[in-house]
Design a protein around this ligand. Sequence first.
Ligand SMILES: Cc1ncc(COP(=O)(O)O)c(C=O)c1O
Length: 474
Amino acid sequence: MRIEDWQPDLTLHEGPKFRALANALRQAARSGELTPGTRLPPMRDLAWRLKVTTGTVARAYQLAATEGVIESHVGRGSFIAAPKPRRPLPEPLLYESLDRPVNADGPIDLRIPQLPDCDQARIIGQHLSDIGSELGADILDYTPLSRDLHCRESLLHWMSVRPLGDVTAQDLVLTHGGQNAIMLVMALCLADQPAKVMTEALTYPGITHAARLMRAETLSVAMDDQGMLPEDLDRVARESGARLVCLTPSAQNPTMAGMGPERRDELMRIARRHDLQVIEDECYATGPDPDAPPSLRALAPERVWYVTSLSKIIAAGLRFGILLCPPGMGQAGRIGAQHSHMGLSLPITGLVTRLIGSGDARRIAADVHKRVEERRHLALTHLQGLTAASRPGVPMIWLQLPAPWRSEDFVIRAAASGIIVRPVTDFLSEPETGQNAPQGVRIALNCRLELSKLSSAIETLAELARSGPTNGPD
Ligand SMILES: Cc1ncc(COP(=O)(O)O)c(C=O)c1O
């Protein structure tokens, strides 16, 4: 249609006239009624034609330009913009592969750590059936903020064996797993900060997914075998103005780095210097442990958001996470959670309260730990002589490949031998930094795979690593 013939009926759109005109422009551009490149009339002319003021047209053009519907060029006027290509849909998480039946002769998938079966399903089922018979009318309502207090108090008791700084039940927020807690902290902190998140150079991909959903950029910070390097955090914070950093002090995914007390102190010193907010991701820390080094939350309670969950020690399908906010921020955290998911369901908070109160949580966590340890020791025996990093109770190994292996070549050769592992490139916080990445692979110790199968898979991987890229089967 020629623009001279375009005569939108603004009465069809509700609200102020400038918005009605911006809506009409958007609809005409989307439907193809006005094609990309169409030059819009001068504001005065359109105002006269539509019987509105020039100010109304100016505001409509401004709004349409912000939305990308039109583009304005100084001296040339305004034009219908070409539609932006849709962003490709991100890949689903690897967990989707758990839905595919495993063929006995198919490849051995060591990409996702799976928890051992320690009778969790039966124990959880029993508690749920007890809860079912006791449900009252509360289940008919939304959950007010205070109704999960009992659950928070039990969690506080369960977690308090480890120094976490001054904590009260008021500082706790219950979430749908650790990932949800990470996302919530980003939402809370980035509201009044630059949209930038500093992360370990190799990081759990959930951090980058959450940052992307928050429209935030991830900035890679160099690391060593104790995790993030304080001097590089200092540099990146100074150069970028970023104010939020994610750290995984106890069991870094994927490198299995663990921070000693000095590294923790130094990082918190830098965090204070730049007034950073810190996400302390302890989802892979093995349950509450009195012998663990002091948490970052204990060292800098005023700025650390401690995140953990029951996924790695009891059952990931529970989708239960815990966020410990800096003192005084708990109410903000709970309101943020309420705005995002309206609170956890009563049966789940009831279940967790029972799991903890009955001692079942502690028993399951201890059993899980024991079985993971069996597999980890078995794997380390096969990997002797290679550089393999691991942590007690964590079902994964970071294997540094001897030169001249390249991580992706190793993954291809392993797949040809029927074993799937993850290359370093899956964990880059900034994909452009790939050239300098250490050549390693992450091996998940799938704890529900037959022990003999896991054992021979690790043996094959070890042989492949030792034999180098130019030898062995293709
Ligand atoms: C380091 C790390 N943090 C957080 C999570 C999130 O776990 P969840 O949401 O199941 O608690 C994961 C999951 O794999 C993880 O590896």
